[in-house]
Ligand binder design. Sequence first.
Ligand SMILES: [Zn+2]
Ligand SMILES: [Zn+2]
Length: 698
Amino acid sequence: MSFIKSLLKETIVQVAVDTPVNRLFDYIWNHEHLGCEPRRGQIISVEFGKKEMIGVVINEIEKSNFDINKIKRVTDLAPLPLLSEDLMSMAEFASSYYLKSIGEILIPSIPKHWRQKEKWELLIKEKRINKKAKIKVIKESEYQKEIELNKEQTTAVEELERSSKKKKFNCYLLQGVTGSGKTLTYLRWLSKVLEGDQTQVLIMVPEINLTPQLEESIRSAFPELPLIVLHSGLTDRTRADNWAQASKGHARIILGTRMAVMASIPNLCAIVVDEEHDQSYKQQEGVRYSARDLAVWRAKKLEVPILLVSATPSLETWFNAEEKKYKKLSLEQRAAKNAVKPTVDIVDLNLDRKAGNKNAHGFSQHLLNGITKNLENRQQTLIFINRRGYSPVLNCEACVWISDCIKCSAHMVLHRPNNERATLCCHHCGLLKQIPKACPSCGNADLIPSGKGTQKVEEYLTQEFPNAKILRIDADTTRKKGSAEELFGAVHDGQADIIVGTQMITKGHDYQSVSLVGVIDADASLFSQDYRAAERLFAQLMQVTGRAGRSDQSGASRVVVQTRYPTAAPYKYLKLDEVNGFLSELCAERKMVGLPPFSYQALLHAEHRTLSSAIEMLKNAATLSQKSSEWPSGISMSDVVPKTMVRLAGQERAQILLECTNRQTLLKALEIFQEAITSQNTKRKGVGWYIERDPIML
Ligand SMILES: [Zn+2]
Ligand SMILES: [Zn+2]
């Protein structure tokens, strides 16, 4: 009798735990002890091995296949609502697609403090949130509510509204030139969605800490609605609080970076992915997921509309719109009054040199003249160079010594901090070294910095224009918390005449009086082995071009791009201002050689202290896989090759690329490959590895 009674009180649940073992784990659910029935999506605490860990209930089963006496009990329930069902399904999908366990997908997406049982009590004593504290009222809010949409914007908003009213899945691409009012358009749509009872919306952005302006304008567009942000720059406590606000349905607007796609949002009704082409949507460690792709999957599951926004869409998204899988909404007019398109000058450095300008410092005469004129007119100039530091390499003139990193196949970059001694720094592993007094190889005292980074450009401009106020914005000058805001604030307040910066200056900032943009040293990416390099360069150039002439304050504006290859496609289409032209040329090239989006790729990566071990592991696994009777046909497999950058932080790296025109077939092959790798005793041999689907960098 007592046996039956205890049976009634106890059931078995299958739990996902953060471990690479790809299965669920059985636990006993004692109703009396836990005070409720088990439910899918419940966050719990369990004993796993000898540790107390967090798990998520996936299902309840009648009978375990394991010895009931060896099954442990669920120890505790987190004081949190269930994870939303769409998130649970998405995690299951991601688990099979990315070949990871459900726990590896779900658990790391839960903020750290919620993963620590001892912190739960503290966390439920909710912080009294000072709602007004962070909301600065800015002029733009009034502007946004009152501004009348133009015809294109109205059409877009109406189409989106129809879709959300029907509660239907539709994936839209909002493609519009910089300054065409894309943000305004989607905020107007979301404001309609948010009129619904308890509705929640998710806005994803590439790098929120770089765009406080966007956060402010969204906050001020909805001053009465609770908004939370989710990104890696938050303290653990704030992130835990914000995440809980979203999962309880209290936060109506969730604004975040790629991690936000993994938030539990019970009443999610609309998703926006801003700058959808940005590579930071792809996670480059752990589960190498694409947050944009998962967001589309999630919207489909929920049957809600999703809007992908970009001035330069990724080729995948653009192609889906061409094929009518996605619906395209175009904004072709610049919305701001009097804002005019900048003139683009492609300066051929070969001709510049022939004309007698040595451009030793990387500046053509044309660009220098432009800066001089701009200074006279009291307009701001932006100089874009995508390399930080002083010089990318230091070398000896007497012998062949160059400043190589001992741990990576890369040069150490020369940095010149103010007031301190210069250092050499590896941008890949972070190694720092003092500058040698003389060449370590031959003793020669003359070591020459070659090439240029932001510091050197800043130094040169300071000499050339001694009366100009020059500001540098890159990862080095914005390292301290709040310093990025400070620097951008100074730019907006007109405290800088010339701004020198890396891609940080290109993203999402509205510069009101920049009328000249200079691009130097962009050619390097034309010769990258990565077939996506041209696409990235073009997006970057369009983005930086969009920084000029944002408002009527700046008047006629100009973009000067210096190159030795003026006929290369990214420059040609930049000059023509034809995004669609560039993308259709790129698309035709990819089609001819069968690259994505005309095929699907997966990368098998291995690393070890010695290259031979990494290569051997992959070779063995490849042979083993291809011998399998289940190995599908239609898979093309590359040779095992060392990576372009073979050594990183002391590890030698190799890879194999698999390609197939069918996603399912590719998955089948990857499952076999994964098993073959697992049989290689990689742990004992110390070989690290991972499988990456849809890689964006090769
Ligand atoms: Zn030397
Ligand atoms: Zn290094």
